[in-house]
Design a binder for this molecule. Structure first.
Ligand code: SAM
Length: 293
């Protein structure tokens, strides 16, 4: 039996051995609670038939648990200092590949084909994300067009609440819509600051994303739909009408087009975007598109 990387003592010992001081600028907070790691792997239902991608393996605490549960693990780590650490800590696991790259610069579809021995196996993404780029990473994953059977990611609790937020709540916004357009989002559990070295200064939570049921109505133009999500919430306290005219203008022709589109989509101009469901946003987008806006 190989001892777990994830304990406060072993984590500190590894960091001392390699002279690693964590970099705040890279969002380096290492998990040291084995129960949390077990719960993350369980949330992903990771099994021996799954390919798993990890972002930011750090010193390998989560990678190790994934390696034990999965078929193969491919992990992207930006920090070159951690390469010799990971080569050592993950040496017992033959099914792990570490790639020293900035995840935001990776073409994931290419990497998947090149790195997994069977790229057609079920694919999951499991990670304790670097919090400073959580949204950028999520947008990259969602817009890649890659089919993930599950995405299980740890992030700042406030962001986790936004991903899974329902219409009418203060957490609901363009990020909720962008995520829920492709996936079902569920906040799985929260994690105490004490479970990390060093302790982050925010609370954390695990979100599980799974493929959603097909939408009843599809958008004419996804890029414009995503723009509309942002336009709708540009000024949160303003009405939909205020935000639409701020973005598209309010000359006579435009006012007529916007009025017609809202009527066609059966949406009141006086409503706030936070009340609109994803389906209503898509209807409004299609009506705007058809009106030439
Ligand atoms: N997985 C480890 C754990 O759970 O203990 C470490 C998680 S730590 C919150 C985030 C990790 O992401 C760090 O190891 C950091 O170096 C890495 N990272 C930061 N920015 C990155 C990027 N752009 N691409 C890949 N990895 C990155």
């Amino acid at each position: 039996d190989i001892p777990d990387i994830a304990s406060p003592l072993r984590t500190q010992a590894i960091m001392n051995q390699y002279g690693i001081n964590t970099k705040k600028s890279l969002g380096q907070n290492f998990l040291t609670d084995i129960n949390i790691l077990h719960n993350i792997v369980a949330a992903g239902d990771v099994s021996a038939t799954d390919n798993v991608i990890e972002i930011g393996p750090g010193i390998g605490a989560l990678t190790e648990q994934l390696a034990r549960a999965a078929k193969e693990v491919v992990a992207f780590e930006i920090d070159s200092r951690l390469m010799e650490v990971l080569a050592d800590t993950l040496q017992p696991y033959q099914n792990v590949k570490i790639i020293n790259q900035d995840i935001l610069k990776v073409d994931l579809a290419v990497s998947i084909k090149a790195s997994f021995s069977d790229p057609t196996a079920p694919l999951k993404l499991v990670a304790n994300l670097p919090y400073y780029i959580t949204t950028a990473i999520l947008m990259q994953l969602l817009q890649s067009g890659i089919h993930f059977d599950a995405i299980v990611v740890m992030m700042q609790k406030e962001v986790a609440e936004r991903l899974s937020a329902r219409p009418g709540t203060k957490e609901y916004g363009s990020l909720s819509l962008a995520v829920q357009y492709r996936m079902n989002a569920r906040l799985a559990f929260t994690v105490s600051r004490k479970s990390f070295i060093p302790n982050p200064n925010v609370d954390s939570a695990i979100v599980k994303l799974t493929p959603r049921e097909p939408l009843a109505v599809l958008p004419q133009d996804e890029v414009k739909l995503f723009e509309l999500f942002r336009i709708g919430f540009a000024l949160r306290r303003k009405t939909l009408w205020n935000n639409l005219t701020a973005a598209f203008g309010k000359n006579e022709v435009m006012v007529a087009k916007l009025t017609a589109a809202l009527a066609a989509a059966e949406i009141s101009p006086k409503i706030r975007a936070e009340k609109l469901t994803l389906e209503e946003f898509i209807s409004l987008h299609n009506a705007l598109f058809n009106a030439g806006v």
